[in-house]
Design a binder for this molecule. Sequence first.
Ligand code: MG
Length: 348
Amino acid sequence: MRIVKVNTNTPYDILIERGLINNVGGLVKSVTSATKITVITDTNVEKLYAERIVDSLKTEGFDTSLFVFEAGEKSKTLSTISRMYDHMAEFKMSRKDIVVALGGGVTGDMAGFAAATYMRGIDFVQIPTSLLAQVDSSVGGKTGVDIPQGKNLVGAFHQPRLVIIDPDTLSTLPEYYINDGMAEVIKYGCIKDEELFRTLEKQNALDIIEDIIETCVSIKRDVVNRDEKERGERMLLNFGHTLGHSLEKIYNFEGLSHGQAVAIGMVMITNAGERAGLTKKGTADKITALCKKYNLPVSDSADIGRIAAECTSDKKSSAGSVSFVLLDRIGSAFTRKTPLSDVLSFIK
Ligand code: MG
């Protein structure tokens, strides 16, 4: 088994191994003295894994209940969180009891937020089942929900007690969702790891997925260890995300997946960097080729003026400028503040 140790304020392990999902009870037992566990999942993942996991927890003696919500980003609301609180309170969970988040990013964000706030914070264990959640959202402790004014506008930093990654869960994912996660994998290569980038060029990622997941979570772990609250280096993880997020907003979070939007954003911002003489020539071509290999789009017909307008209203823009993450070359990134009035000409 691969173990990635995360040394945030409350240290925890990320375990990676095929078939791990069958040992959840014992693994959870090793990190908690809880008597009650609420497993939180969505209607898609429930069908695949909920029974197995609840049984495994019960076998270890945990009093276990299951909370299921309708799959999809539309459920990522305070009213779903409120129903989670009702469930946990009626199940009489105490401060030493725990939540298990079983599913993709939406599940992890919401179950994590419910755990962060129920009784001022109880422990939770993450079992991410999508590639995106495994390589990205399971590390870093960001939890939260959407409100009508914006995505993830309400949330908390809350580190999991343990993260259990079973790459076998990816075999039940449609290819679209694998590619969605691959955009974040490519991002890690772009900002921090040229060798990872070359590996993705040469090999099929799914053939060596345990290595890939371990590499990605290790990169994110290192960044988050140095910058838990996103004041500096952690911003590099937003490579491709500022423009990507603008595209997602333009399409109301329906036309493009997160990964597709990030892929387009990475290519666009790298082209801008090359034009401005900040990025080594040919870098955007390399990213384009790699994104295409994993069936990710690399351009979009949305109006560039609208993209610029959206990113100047992003929650990550502040004090009259947008912080773009740029590459000087594959494997090395930096941030650069662009005044709001220059955003359009910079990305055009
Ligand atoms: Mg992302």
